[in-house]
Design a protein around this ligand. Structure first.
Ligand code: COA
Length: 182
């Protein structure tokens, strides 16, 4: 797998995180968001059964962790009472001093590629409406999806990593309760 991304300047390596990196990942997320909530969320999710270390990625610049993204499963509860799953992108954070040079993009593209390889073709995100369309995200409401959280329509987005991945799937996307209030 080619996991080296040449951005405008720096060479950034995107890799699954390793346990010794956990403290620095905490710091990166805390500094990116200006609060500890997202860092604490990642710490809690690592302890859960559905955590997949292949989808908890760090960006390394000159060997130093400067960014992190997690993809974590969500449940889609459908109107007929059945449920299916998708992947939720986030949290994603890049150290302020390293933002806007392509590191977030490198993390997200790599994560989406791993999702595709794992045949996880449905991905949702709650986030900046101007940032995620570059990765193929559209308003989730166009797929008939709602978010269990009260978020603006344009901030809840979904993408399909294989054509038709959302066909026949509508309903309410529910995150792990650890996401509540974050
Ligand atoms: C959002 C974030 C992960 C993007 O990572 P990054 O490495 O800075 O971004 P990239 O260099 O990959 O991409 C740069 C683009 O992101 C956009 N961007 C950065 N922060 C943004 C924000 N808060 N809202 C909307 N767009 C944003 C820039 O405007 C730029 O757009 P352009 O390419 O059209 O000029 C990073 O800025 C960050 O950690 N922010 C604080 C935490 C956060 O908000 N996380 C995401 C929650 S949805």
């Amino acid at each position: 797998m080619d996991d080296t991304t040449q951005t405008e300047g720096p060479i950034v390596l995107v890799r699954p995180e390793q346990e010794p990196m956990y403290p620095v990942v905490f710091e990166v997320l805390e500094k990116a968001f200006g609060r500890p909530d997202e860092a604490q969320l990642v710490e809690k999710l690592r302890q859960t059964e559905n955590f997949d270390p292949r989808l908890s990625l760090v960006a390394l610049r000159d060997g130093v962790v400067v960014g992190h993204v997690l993809f974590y499963p969500v449940t889609v509860e459908m109107p007929d009472g059945t449920a299916t799953h998708a992947m939720g992108l986030g949290p994603v954070g890049v150290l302020p001093a390293h933002q806007n040079i392509g590191i977030g993009e490198a993390l997200i593209w790599q994560g989406l590629e791993i999702c595709r390889k794992e045949k996880e073709y449905r991905v949702i995100v709650v986030g900046h409406p101007t940032y995620y369309p570059r990765f193929g995200f559209k308003r989730a409401s166009t797929f008939g999806l709602k978010c269990a959280y009260d978020v603006p329509d344009d901030a809840f987005m979904a993408c399909e990593l294989k054509s038709g991945a959302w066909d026949g799937i509508t309903g309410v996307a529910k995150y792990h309760p650890f996401f509540d209030g974050v």
